[in-house]
Every structure is written in structure tokens, then in C-alpha cells.
Write a new protein. Structure first.
Length: 375
């Protein structure tokens, strides 16, 4: 699905107070809003800008979890297909949200909005915790209870309101398999809270972080070795990839990576190649657990069968490993260090033996004919 949130438009919205679930009375009646909010152009514009930015920065693609017991996917489907209206579906969602919470979850607000995304009908949800001491401002429109939208906007924009969660579903994401959309959870770093994503939304991340991280690594490495002909540039790109994956930042943004590390002439081809490998072109949660052993060293192979394997730090240090372009398509490598051992080398899966000079020379073994020097 599309990932450009710049054309997200809020048509109308309704806001409900979600009281804390009392253990003594978990079925306490909720004073629901009865009509949509009065939404002036200034508030609408400010909300759209804020939510577009959050979704673009931290939004993750999600899909309906077939094993979830949450009713929310059904509510979303009914609204996007015109089987329920905004007031009706928002009331169902408030009850679902309150019932999904534990007794320790604080009171909050839930905005449900009829929206458009790329001209397609969409449903937007924003869950926001109320600040202590601030009361929701109830008002009336044509005799029906509603909510002061200005209050919600002020609360969302205050520096203290850093705890909020967003979900967005478009009719474009409806299929026979279920619904797809996006979610952002500012409460968590690098991952979404299970309560919001699984228990309330009834969804799961579409791209499992460990798998999408592996795809980024493999696709980036393949692209570099296929399309980058300059050996120095190729090695620089590989080192940048490994450094990006090992950085402590919990997310990885392929577009930002390309802008920071790749020549401008390579960026479009790179992002297009990632797309063919099913790697998102926007930030995703990073998980390198399956790659950790592959990120410590770099292997550089030559057409004549020679290769070197060196720690990443050594490849960064010209005083240890120095590569020189000979100008004719060949590259020379100068390794400076103290030789410690020399041994026969077997590729992975083979055997490695140190030959005893006094012992009788053994017959050649499979895999023992590829000698290398460790410096």
C-alpha cells in the first residue's frame, strides 16, 4: 500500500472520554459523545500536519491477525464499506478499548475520524492519555453531547503529551485476507506496545523486524556487488551498511541511508532494487539478532581466487588494510601487521589442520587446497 501520508485529510471527527477501568465495576457506563465535533479549519490543519508527521516518522505497516479475538477489524471493515457511520463505529471502539485495558491503564481520550488518504476513504484513530488535573470539556451541538475539539488539539500538542497511539486504515487495505493499515506508538521505542497493536487493534506488524532487517542486509549487499563497479566505492558502501546495521539506533530508514551514504547517481537505482526485494522505503524497526555473527567481519574476494577476511574496524584503518586502485580494473591490498600463524584453510564445512613438519606429509584432503594468510 501507499506510504505517503502528505495527503491525509480529516473530514470529520468525534472524540470520546475513555475512563479508567475500575476493577470494582468493570462494566461502568461510559458517557459517550453523541455527535461529531465542531472542527474549524485552523484545528483541522494543525491536527493533519501533526498526525501526518508522526505517521511518516514512526508509522509501521500492520495487517489483521487472524488469531486475534479483537472485534476492531470488523468495525473498521463495516465503516470503510459504508455499513456503519462514524458515531456508531466510534462508540463500539470506545467500549472495546476500555474492555481491552487493565485496571492500571490511565483514563484517556479516543479520537475517531472519517478521513481521506489519496482520495480513498479512511478511518483514523488517535488514543491520547489525559494529563492529570485536566478535564475534558464537554459541550453540546443541537442538543447532542460532543467534545471541544480545541481542547483535544491543545492536549495533543503540549510537550507533556508524549504518550499517544495512532492507527490509520484505508479502504485500499481491505482484502479477502482481512484489513491492512498503519500504526504508530510513541510510548514504545523501536516497537509497538502489544496492548495497542494486538489486544485492541487485533493486528500484527506486516514486516517482522528480524526478517525485514535481514532482507535489507541481503538486498543491499547484492545491489552493491552487482551494480557498483568501483572497488573503493563498493567497499565503502559495504562498510556503511554494516555500520548502519550495528548502530544503536533502533530503527533503520533506507531512504535516509541512501541520502547519507550513497552517491546521488546511485540512490534511485538502490531504492528501486530494495523495492524488488520487498524492503520498505521508509523507516522500519531494526533487529539484527539473526545477523550478528555476519556483521563483525568483511570478506573481500578477488577474481583470481584470493580473498581476505578482516574485522570491520581493520577495514576502516588504512594503517592495517590499504586498498589501492591500479587503474586497470585491478586492486592491490597491503596488509600491515605481525604474522602470528600460518595454516591450511578449509572453506566453511571443511576441516582446518596445522601440518606438523616432522610428521609424514598426508595426502591432500578435499577443501585443503585453498591456502590463505592471516595477518
Amino acid at each position: 500500500m501507499r506510504t505517503n501520508f502528505g495527503d491525509l485529510v480529516i473530514e470529520q471527527a468525534i472524540v470520546h472520554v475513555v475512563p479508567q477501568r475500575r476493577r470494582s465495576d468493570p462494566t461502568e457506563e461510559i458517557p459517550l459523545s453523541e455527535t461529531v465535533c465542531n472542527l474549524n479549519d485552523a484545528v483541522r490543519t494543525a491536527l493533519q500536519a501533526k498526525l501526518r508527521g508522526v505517521l511518516a516518522a514512526t508509522g509501521r505497516e500492520i495487517e489483521e491477525d487472524p488469531e486475534s479475538k479483537s472485534s476492531l477489524p470488523e468495525y473498521v471493515h463495516d465503516f470503510l464499506t459504508g455499513e456503519s457511520d462514524l458515531v456508531e463505529v466510534s462508540a463500539d471502539m470506545v467500549h472495546l478499548l476500555r474492555n481491552s485495558q487493565t485496571g492500571v491503564s490511565p483514563a484517556g481520550l479516543l479520537l475517531v475520524a472519517d478521513a481521506k488518504l489519496a482520495g480513498k476513504r479512511a478511518l483514523l484513530l488517535v488514543k491520547l492519555e489525559q494529563e492529570t488535573g485536566m478535564q475534558a470539556k464537554e459541550t453540546y451541538s443541537n442538543g447532542l453531547r460532543t467534545f471541544d475539539m480545541q481542547y483535544f488539539a491543545d492536549l495533543l500538542f503540549t510537550e507533556k503529551s508524549k504518550v499517544y497511539k495512532i492507527a490509520l486504515f484505508s479502504e485500499e487495505g481491505i482484502s479477502e485476507e482481512g484489513i491492512e493499515g498503519w500504526a504508530a506508538d510513541r510510548q514504545m521505542t523501536g516497537k509497538m506496545a502489544r496492548f495497542f497493536l494486538e489486544r485492541f487493534l487485533g493486528c500484527r506488524q506486516k514486516s517482522e523486524p528480524r526478517e525485514v532487517t535481514r532482507r535489507f542486509h541481503d538486498a543491499t549487499t547484492e545491489w552493491i556487488n552487482k551494480y557498483v563497479t568501483d572497488p573503493d566505492v563498493r567497499i565503502n558502501y559495504i562498510m556503511a551498511t554494516l555500520a548502519e546495521l550495528q548502530s544503536p539506533v533502533p530503527v533503520l530508514d533506507p531512504t535516509a541511508f541512501a541520502q547519507q551514504h550513497l552517491d546521488i547517481t546511485h540512490r534511485d537505482d538502490f531504492t528501486a532494487y530494495l523495492h524488488t526485494a520487498d524492503v520498505p522505503d521508509r523507516a522500519f524497526d531494526k533487529d539484527i539478532e539473526a545477523l550478528e555473527t555476519r556483521l563483525k567481519n568483511m570478506r573481500v574476494a578477488f577474481a583470481n581466487g584470493v580473498f581476505i577476511v578482516a574485522p570491520i574496524d581493520a577495514m576502516h584503518d588504512d594503517e592495517i588494510v590499504q586498498l589501492e586502485d591500479q587503474g586497470d580494473g585491478r586492486t592491490s591490498v597491503i596488509i600491515t601487521g605481525t604474522v602470528t600463524t600460518a595454516a591450511a584453510y578449509a572453506p566453511p564445512g571443511g576441516r582446518k589442520r596445522v601440518v606438523d613438519k616432522v610428521a609424514e606429509e598426508p595426502s591432500p584432503q578435499k577443501g585443503d587446497d585453498d591456502d590463505s594468510l592471516n595477518a
